[in-house]
Design a protein around this ligand. Structure first.
Ligand code: SOE
Length: 363
């Protein structure tokens, strides 16, 4: 297929968005050895500050100027969710590869359109479901085949940064963040991990959502959920449950996943990422990340010796490195693409529909 894709010997990258995620992306871009050519933000001033702080070559007056500049091959879209689709579609039209933050779009139809557009144009699009890049997640995925028939998948994703009415954020506003807040913002990571690790699919969901803090500094009444519980059945017949919250005191970023099968269990906790619990009827063990004994699938994601903890930044570095390897033509196993982003949007929509109707929804 004829493609308008841009490619330079040293990948030239732009970042749009100057907040927390933009900073994390920029760090990993520089770590990868690519050129961080430009940064754009909501104002020229913010872009200039971020470009200076992150070591970018220059600031651009707007996202559009960055996309149209001809100076980059890849753009990282790290802006509020409602801008993901318009900026990504514009970047694809300009022949750029795109790394777009999740949720890929604020509705499933648009996310599917973005994935189709990238694929039709022969362009590459990636979504940072970065928890896939913890070596002990790769280890869990490698060991799932030893667990026998899976019976139960459970866990959740708990945070507390929106606990009090004084806590506020653009994600609270459905016009900016999309209609599902905890479901789309963090539940999407959990569901992605379930399907990634098990190789199975969430087939139907029955969910509840609730607003716990009805008024916040700039949002009243609050229209996006603070908590959600989801029960589900997988295509292969395992049952599952998940609890997701941004108002769980003391839980900062607790993504927890436990999978039980006929022959054993595995459990991963994102806040203790160097460990994997391996459960067995005759005895269980906590397996420490150790490149000397990891599976072939996990070892490449384990650049430090045992006892030298890896974390969130390392996952991001590995994600960006794999995305840029894919630009060179070789797509590494497990790299989350726009298709995965679109899939997450389908599950998010199903969860929200179920919470509204009270029924089971296929996804
Ligand atoms: C905020 O909830 C947030 O930064 C999410 O947007 C990220 O995707 C998650 O990895 C950490 O928490």
């Amino acid at each position: 297929m004829e493609t308008k894709r841009r490619q330079s010997p040293q990948i030239r990258v732009g970042v749009v968005g100057t907040g927390f995620m933009g900073r994390v992306h920029a760090r990993s871009i520089r770590q990868s050895g690519a050129r961080l050519v430009g940064v754009a933000g909501s104002t020229g001033e913010r872009a200039a500050e971020a470009a200076a702080a992150w070591g970018a070559e220059r600031a651009f007056a707007s996202a559009e100027a960055l996309i149209d500049s001809g100076a980059i091959d890849v753009i990282h879209v790290c802006v509020p969710n409602h801008l993901h689709a318009p900026l990504t579609l514009k970047a694809l039209d300009a022949g750029l590869a795109v790394v777009c933050e999740k949720p890929l779009a604020t509705d499933a139809e648009t996310a599917a359109l973005m994935a189709a557009r990238a694929s039709d144009e022969g362009l590459l699009g990636f979504v940072p479901f970065v928890y896939r890049f913890h070596p002990m997640v790769r280890e869990a995925r490698a060991r799932v085949r030893d667990l026998g028939r899976l019976s139960l998948v459970q866990g959740g994703y708990l945070q507390d940064w929106l606990l009090s009415p004084e806590d506020d954020d653009w994600r609270v506003d459905p016009d900016l963040g999309g209609p599902g807040r905890v479901v789309g913002d963090i539940g999407s990571h959990w569901c992605d991990l379930v399907e990634f690790v098990t190789g199975d699919r969430i087939a139907k969901v029955s969910a509840q959502t609730a607003v716990v803090v009805p008024e916040r500094a700039t949002h009243a009444p609050v229209r996006t959920e603070d908590v959600s519980t989801v029960q589900f059945t997988t295509a292969n017949g395992a049952l599952g449950t998940a609890a997701v919250s941004q108002v769980a005191p003391g839980r900062k970023n607790r993504l927890f996943l436990e999978i039980s099968g006929a022959e054993g269990s595995v459990a991963f906790d994102q806040e203790r990422p160097d460990w994997l619990w391996v459960g067995g009827r005759e005895g269980s063990q906590l397996v420490q990340r150790d490149p000397a004994s990891l599976s072939d699938a996990a070892r490449p994601y384990s650049p430090l010796p045992a006892g030298h903890p890896l974390g969130y930044h390392d996952c991001f570095d590995a994600f960006v490195a794999d995305a840029y390897t894919a630009l060179g033509g070789q797509v590494p196993d497990g790299l989350p693409t726009f298709a995965d982003g679109a899939r997450a949007a389908v599950i998010t929509a199903a969860v929200l529909e179920s919470a509204e109707t009270g029924g089971w929804v296929l996804c």
